[in-house]
Design a protein around this ligand. Structure first.
Ligand SMILES: NC(=O)c1ccc[n+]([C@@H]2O[C@H](COP(=O)([O-])OP(=O)(O)OC[C@H]3O[C@@H](n4cnc5c(N)ncnc54)[C@H](O)[C@@H]3O)[C@@H](O)[C@H]2O)c1
Length: 386
């Protein structure tokens, strides 16, 4: 990070993966300098890796990367690279995280950190001795409405948390005729399923807002166990497509979490309602600029109930770099805020936690997911062993 351009330090990004998240992250890096004009650094889209020469070259040109390769190790070991950003399939995260840390790079890894608790532990074992920044891609922490919910809870305005009901629902798997090889959570050497995929976001959001989870009692199921394949034949599905987790929070509250890829009609809903002793909060990603809030204190009886707050005022978190009030933002803004936060931590040697998700948060998420599988198998409540 020694090159200085227009009095700003260049942070050179090595982006691994040029699919969905590769596109979202490169867009975020390009937008950061547009939104945050007082930056002391400038993100440099240095190198990108993908599978297939043609598609990787085309992504490099489209997203304005200086270099491209089909060998991710080349980027990890390139001395010019400051930051490795992992947007690769989940089953590659462990190997790539470990190799990047060993090469002393700052590492941003998309969720889930890894597919198992053991895998997360192996990453953390290397990470603990490396004086670099490590962050896990739980982008929903960086939406203004969710950050505002966190501030309200931390200020004590809704009191003691009694209950959180939360779900992450999509319909990507609801059609039994949809071929297995076209459905992301079913594919791969070790299929992701909904708890480790959508559920990792959900679990992190619950932990971020309400604190650690103490126990899990779950039902994890596969509603559609057989599917056709595009080229003909049948596929036996092992990945879960729906799950319910009854949880106890360390602070005494309880909750119900649901993940589903068979939520017919639902495109991408991450929603929660939190009921506290003196107020409640409610959020739905499908209307992401709004947080519904009820604070009991001093509220006249006739006005009791939820108010919809448009979280776009200067007084709201994460809004000052965006538009004037009520000029709403979109889903990608969370990624822009998140990657700005990560690069600013790299530049200023600032802490990732408690605002950003660390690798330890990635590990806890995997622990809750694994406990849900264990609970289903043993048909009993699992107490989390931190
Ligand atoms: N935070 C979010 O909102 C969010 C949303 C979707 C996915 N994700 C996560 O992001 C990660 C990537 O998901 P995606 O949807 O972008 O996947 P994707 O399939 O769209 O892209 C994966 C990319 O990895 C590349 N790749 C695969 N194997 C490679 C190899 N050996 N060498 C180099 N490149 C290789 C592919 O070419 C492709 O460009 C996953 O961990 C996923 O769970 C996060």
């Amino acid at each position: 990070m020694n090159t200085v351009v227009n009095n700003k330090k260049e942070i050179r990004i090595g982006l691994l993966g040029c699919g969905f998240m590769g596109k979202v992250h490169s867009h975020a890096y390009r937008t950061i300098k547009h939104k945050y004009n007082e930056l002391g650094f400038v993100p440099k889209l240095y190198a990108i890796a993908g599978l297939g020469r043609k598609s990787t070259a085309s992504a490099a040109a489209q997203y304005s990367f200086e270099k491209w390769t089909t060998d991710w190790k080349e980027i990890v070991h390139d001395p010019n690279v400051d930051v490795i950003d992992i947007c690769l399939p989940e089953d590659m995260h462990e190997q790539v995280c470990i190799e990047s840390l060993k090469a002393n790079k700052h590492v941003f890894c998309e969720k889930p950190l890894a597919l198992s608790v053991q895998s997360c532990k192996r990453i953390m074992e290397i990470a603990k001795n490396k004086n670099v920044k490590k962050m896990c891609g739980f982008n929903y922490r960086f939406l203004p409405a969710i950050r505002f919910a966190k501030e309200i809870i931390d200020s004590g305005l809704i009191g003691k948390i009694y209950y959180i009901g939360a779900n992450y629902s999509q319909e990507s798997g609801h059609d039994p005729e949809r071929p297995a090889d076209q459905i992301r959570y079913i594919n791969g050497k070790e299929p992701l399923g909904t708890i480790r995929g959508l559920g990792s976001h959900l679990i992190d959001t619950v932990r971020y807002l309400c604190g650690d989870i103490y126990s899990v009692n779950a039902i994890v199921k596969t509603m559609i166990p057989n599917r056709p394949l595009t080229k003909g034949g049948n596929f036996s599905v092992s990945a879960d497509d729906i799950a319910i987790l009854n949880i106890e929070l360390k602070d005494g509250g309880i909750g119900t979490l649901m993940t589903s890829a068979v939520a017919t009609g639902r495109k991408n809903q991450l929603a929660f309602e939190i009921n506290g002793s003196s107020g409640s909060l409610s959020f739905n990603l499908e209307n992401l600029n709004v947080l519904s809030v009820y604070i009991e204190e001093n509220c006249p009886k006739s006005l009791r109930g939820f108010s919809k707050i448009n979280v776009t005022e200067d007084s709201h978190p994460l809004t000052k770099h965006w538009w004037p009030p009520a000029h709403i933002i979109g889903w990608e803004s969370g990624h822009i805020n998140e990657l700005y936060y990560f690069l600013d931590s790299v530049y200023g040697d600032k802490r990732i936690s408690p605002i950003g998700a660390t690798f330890i948060d990635g590990y806890f998420t995997a622990l809750v997911a694994e406990s849900a599988f264990k609970s289903t198998k043993l048909e009993k409540k699992i107490y989390l062993d931190y």
